[in-house]
Design a protein around this ligand. Structure first.
Ligand SMILES: Cc1ncc(C[n+]2csc(CCOP(=O)(O)OP(=O)(O)O)c2C)c(N)n1
Length: 635
């Protein structure tokens, strides 16, 4: 029996448009079932997607994609869009290696207008598209669908400012579920809550919108007049909205789960040529009791049991949990410590700190740039801010790090989580650029722990300095606490983890050291004895000290979880050249490409950075050196 009779008939938006309106509710139910089933197996952004099923159906009923461009902010809520736009059959491969992406991808479909993953870009992109379409006279509408969380990002506000100046007929659909990943913060969020909470306004809105719906054909001039009247009346009765101040027509708030109402309002909006904001209220997690009950937990979720909502445990021996424990421990000892996140309280592990020290915790919204400069301000007053941001989102704030933190030398600690391969979120989310980006900043200290103990000593060390420090760590389990890891931290110097008296040295940093440990075992099986060195410092490096260590070996490989271009390997190669060392040096890192989506272990394998791959690269290279008689040890 076909469990999805309606969805099975949809291979593109035209099929959706052909469905009778009365079937759309059942279609929404089928879509929810598919999303829950696939996300329960593959993991993914559950709650956000369940919240926009009706909205997406209405958008694709009204707009003519791909001539009309629907642009999803962040893109984490695009599953219904994908199911409608030709990817129904591939949907079970969601987020898997070689499967369809959890975010819009231009390479996947003509209906995916831009590639996204980072927040707050949709309004800028839509404006650019509108301007381009107007220059090329291709016609068509551009609709930016943005959540109330993403609207707190600076880029969205910059684009709003410019939209009214450009005066194009941009349509913004504001998906307001009163949530970012966790509770949304700030004045915009309060403003939206006020708009949705005014009972008098609700009544006004309901009567007004149903009135408009009943007019069979409303021409453009009449539409304008109607909405001007509404705006005028609203301005009289209520305070102006933020959006009307920005020069937008404002319509809403309307029920984002009522397909009939949505379709009727959007059809009318399609005919307006001024910038419009359609404020839609939705319930995050709608239709799955566990996600509705705890939308934060089910925002981005690992595989789970549909029946009881139980989520697969990630264990707590990972770096994020270590950071979480260390932050609360150090905060008890040092009252100067404050914690800052940009809308990632739980993801970064700061939830525990927030619960213990609410007065010393700041969630600034999806605003990484602001987070860093805010921290700089706090640091000028004698506080010791720790800003926890994922590597990929830290890319947003590189100038703030350079200009506001490092140049004035302020003692801000940047806790850079997810530094390395992140897995199924794919290209937009891998944290592989932070080493090249940070390494070029003069006087910045960059540290990279391999174990929980090392992480704690690095935070203590950072607090003992009166300068900016980056501590980067991957989305991975930390290494076992072997005795050498607890050796005292010395500026610019690493430590030997294993010494067997061989001629081969493997250097590793952070969590990838566990792969290096595995590589040593594989090499031992091949009768290649190698030592292992943990770099600890990415910057500064005590060059002379390191050169002396390199000099003890005939062959050195360095493994890092980041881009090769601008990576530590390049730096160590330069040190080897500078000291004119006669050592074969092999840097192992991610070569010049964007990494696809796949599990971390699949990606490590793909890049030959897993234990087997590292060992294979080393033995291949030793074989080359041996041929050239540059390596004396018999293989
Ligand atoms: C620059 C940036 N910072 C952080 C994130 C992580 N992130 C993904 S979705 C999200 C919340 C978005 O909230 P909202 O726009 O309201 O969408 P909802 O999930 O509530 O539907 C955050 C913070 C991101 N994608 N990009």
């Amino acid at each position: 029996m076909n469990k999805y009779p309606l969805l099975s008939s949809i291979n593109g938006p035209d099929n959706l448009k052909a469905l009778p309106s009365k079937k759309l509710g059942s279609l929404a139910r089928e879509i929810r079932r598919v999303i829950i089933k696939v996300v329960s197996a593959n993991g993914g952004h559950l709650a956000s997607n369940l919240g926009v099923v009706e909205l997406t159906i209405a958008l694709h009923r009204v707009f003519k994609s791909p001539q009309d461009k629907i642009i999803w902010d962040v893109g984490h809520q695009c599953y219904t869009h994908k199911l409608i736009c030709g990817r129904r059959e591939k949907f079970s491969s969601l987020r898997r290696m070689g499967g369809i992406s959890g975010f819009p991808k231009r390479t996947e479909s003509e209906h995916d207008i831009v590639d996204t993953g980072h927040a707050s870009t949709s309004i800028s992109a839509a404006l650019g598209i509108l301007e381009g379409m107007s220059i090329s006279k291709t016609g068509g509408k551009a609709v930016a669908v943005i959540g109330d969380g993403a609207l707190t990002g600076g880029m969205a506000l910059e684009a709003l400012n410019y939209a009214s100046y450009l005066g194009k007929g941009l349509i913004i659909v504001l998906n307001d579920n009163n949530m970012s990943i966790s509770d949304n913060v700030g004045a915009i969020s309060s403003h939206l809550s006020r708009l949705t909470a005014t009972p008098f306004y609700q009544v006004f809105r309901r009567h007004f919108d149903s009135g408009v719906r009943q007019i069979p054909f409303v021409g453009e001039p009449l539409m304008r007049l109607i909405y001007r009247m509404k705006k005028g009346m609203k301005a009289l009765i209520f305070r102006e909205t933020l959006f009307s101040d920005f020069g937008f027509e404002y319509i809403g708030p309307i029920d984002g789960h009522n397909i009939r109402l949505l379709t009727s309002v959007l059809s009318n909006v399609r005919r307006i040529d001024n910038p419009v904001v359609v404020h839609v209220t939705t319930i995050k997690g709608k239709g799955y009791i566990h996600a509705e009950g705890d939308p934060t937990l089910y925002h981005g979720v690992s595989p789970f049991s549909i029946l009881d909502g139980k989520i697969e445990s990630k264990g707590n021996l990972n770096f994020t949990d270590a950071f979480s424990r260390i932050m609360t421990k150090l905060a008890a000892e040092d009252k100067r410590i404050v914690g800052i996140t940009a809308a990632m309280t739980d993801g970064t592990g700061l939830g525990r700190f927030k619960a213990r020290y609410p007065g010393r915790f700041y969630d600034v919204g999806i605003a990484e740039q602001h987070a860093v400069t805010f921290a700089a301000g706090l640091a000028t007053t004698g506080l010791r801010p720790v800003v926890a941001i994922y590597s990929t989102f830290m890319q947003r704030a590189i100038d703030q790090v350079i200009h506001d933190v490092v140049l004035p030398g302020l003692p801000v600690i940047l806790a850079v989580d997810r530094a390395g391969m992140v897995g199924a979120d794919g290209e937009t989310h891998h944290g592989v650029f932070d080493i090249p980006l940070f390494r070029s900043i003069p006087s910045l200290t960059i540290l990279s722990p391999a174990t929980q103990g090392e992480m704690e000593s690095m935070f203590r060390y950072a607090l003992s300095l009166d300068k900016p420090v980056v501590i980067r760590y991957p989305k991975a389990a930390y290494a076992e606490e072997l005795p050498p890891f607890s050796l005292e931290l010395k500026e610019g110097r690493g430590i030997h983890i294993e010494r067997h008296g061989g001629q081969v040295l493997l250097i590793g940093v952070d969590g990838i050291i566990t792969e290096a440990q595995k590589a040593l075992k594989v090499l031992a099986d091949k009768k290649i004895t190698a030592d292992l060195y943990n770099l600890r410092f990415i910057k500064p490096l005590d060059e002379e000290y390191l050169a002396n260590i390199l000099n003890d070996y005939e062959f050195v490989a360095l493994v890092e979880e980041g881009m090769a271009q601008g990576g530590i390997g390049e730096y160590v190669a330069a040190i080897s050249n500078k000291y004119n060392l006669e050592v074969g040096f092999l840097p192992l890192a991610i070569t010049d490409r964007f990494l696809p989506q796949a599990s971390r272990s699949e990606l490590l394998k793909l890049c030959r950075l897993d234990g087997e791959g590292i060992a294979a690269s080393i033995s291949d290279y030793i074989a080359v050196l041996k041929k050239k008689k540059l390596y004396s040890i018999p293989l």
